[in-house]
Design a protein around this ligand. Structure first.
Ligand code: GDP
Length: 374
């Protein structure tokens, strides 16, 4: 049987350094070694370096489909901070008729601590919008080891004789971290901040229970702002620490810039100025200005003090086509920009004209962080 990399699941090979699973010939031929990782995983783990490989979206989808259809239960991981990207249509199509445990990860990043049951209720309602009823909803912070054992307990309750659990989700939601959290000290799959680290399904046995967890490759979802910038900016936009929250009461005609990606112009404010809060990773700049200055800043200061992009940002950013979209966001609602953050309306309605790349998806949803009284 072909030997596989313990970190990303790719079949080990020593023919082509540019393809997944490359290791020097001497390593493959050494039959005394069992826990081999490929060169790419070795570099990600030891040097934190990014090593892109060419895998198509269809390859990913086919690999995930195979694993899901061959499993008893799907652990569908969602990043609470980027819920809208996590609910990717292609993935939902694959899992919707399977038993699902929705594992809502990264609650440590929310600036306002919510009771897990409150978050679970919000998630349940959001799943209902997609006509999906999960078996169970688990609230997690894999980083803080919160809720990880609960997932194993839920699976043991549903499948006392053991189960094959497919761990599924878009890139960067924490699939590999969860599996490593579940298996504890055993040889680990590669966790990285870079999307597309896991390439093939990786089967991992639970040390005590009769369950097999299968780490699957993550799909890069459609419409995510963090995928439109260079790798360095991508890392800044995917928060690793609690996200920033700032309150705004902006006059008609004024603009809030969220990095160099989103310009939010407030229109038609009426008797009371609307109040809203903006949420994004701490490295993303919020800047309040007027319409003319905002356009100027976008052109001249993006990468300087309007971040992201950065000064060395990729062609991808500089070739984006910006368009204008109108939104009316009611009090208690949020306007989310996938892969970037959201604004939450505390006193509304808030009428907006947003200048944004046409590639970013924007979604209005019920508030995740409930409004405070003013
Ligand atoms: P995968 O692509 O879904 O397998 O995601 P990974 O397990 O590789 O994790 C992606 C990134 O998210 C890494 O930088 C992890 O350290 C981070 N991460 C995973 N779980 C958590 C969590 O509960 N909280 C926080 N703050 N970061 C997490």
């Amino acid at each position: 049987m072909a030997r596989k990399c313990k970190g990303c699941g790719a079949v080990l090979q020593s023919e082509n350094e540019q393809l997944p699973g490359f290791v020097p010939k001497s390593v493959i031929e050494d039959t005394t070694k069992s826990d081999i990782v490929c060169k790419r995983c070795y570099r990600i783990k030891n040097y934190g370096s990014y090593e892109p490989v060419e895998i198509t979206s269809d390859d990913y989808i086919n690999e995930v489909k195979k694993v899901v259809n061959d499993s008893n239960v799907v652990v569908f991981i969602i990043d609470l901070i980027d819920f809208e990207s996590s609910m990717d249509e292609k993935l939902l199509q694959i899992i919707k008729n399977r038993p699902i445990i929705a594992a809502v990860n990264k609650i440590d990043l929310l600036p306002e601590k919510k009771h897990p049951s409150e978050t679970a209720n919000w998630v349940k309602k959001r799943f209902a919008e997609y006509n999906i009823v999960p078996f169970d909803i688990a609230i997690l912070s894999v980083k803080d080891d919160y809720g990880v054992n609960g997932i194993v307990r839920k699976i043991s309750y549903l499948f006392p004789n053991g189960a094959k659990a497919a761990v599924v989700g878009v890139t960067n939601v924490g699939k590999s971290s969860l599996i490593n959290g579940i298996i504890g000290g055993k040889s680990k799959v590669t966790v990285s901040k870079y999307p597309g680290t896991t390439l093939k399904a990786i089967f991992v046995e639970h040390p005590d229970k009769n369950h097999t967890f299968i780490d699957t490759p993550g799909l890069i979802p459609k419409g995510r702002a963090s995928d439109l910038v260079c790798e360095e900016c991508n890392l800044k936009m995917v928060p690793s620490k609690e996200i920033a929250r700032k309150t705004f009461k902006i006059k008609e005609g004024k603009v809030l810039m969220i990095g160099g990606l989103i310009n939010i112009q407030v229109v038609n404010t009426g008797e009371f100025l609307p109040i809203f809060q903006a949420f994004a990773a701490k490295d993303v700049t919020f800047h309040e200005t007027n319409e003319i200055r905002a356009e100027e800043l976008m052109k001249t200061k993006a990468g300087e003090f309007i971040i992201p992009p950065c000064e060395k940002c990729s062609e991808k950013y500089y070739n984006l086509k910006f368009i204008k979209k109108e939104f009316i966001v009611e009090e208690g609602e949020e306007l989310c920009f996938k892969g970037l953050g959201w604004i939450s309306v505390r006193r509304g309605p808030l009428e907006l004209v947003v200048t944004m790349p046409e590639e970013i998806d924007a979604v209005i949803r019920p508030a995740l962080v409930a409004p405070k009284k003013y």
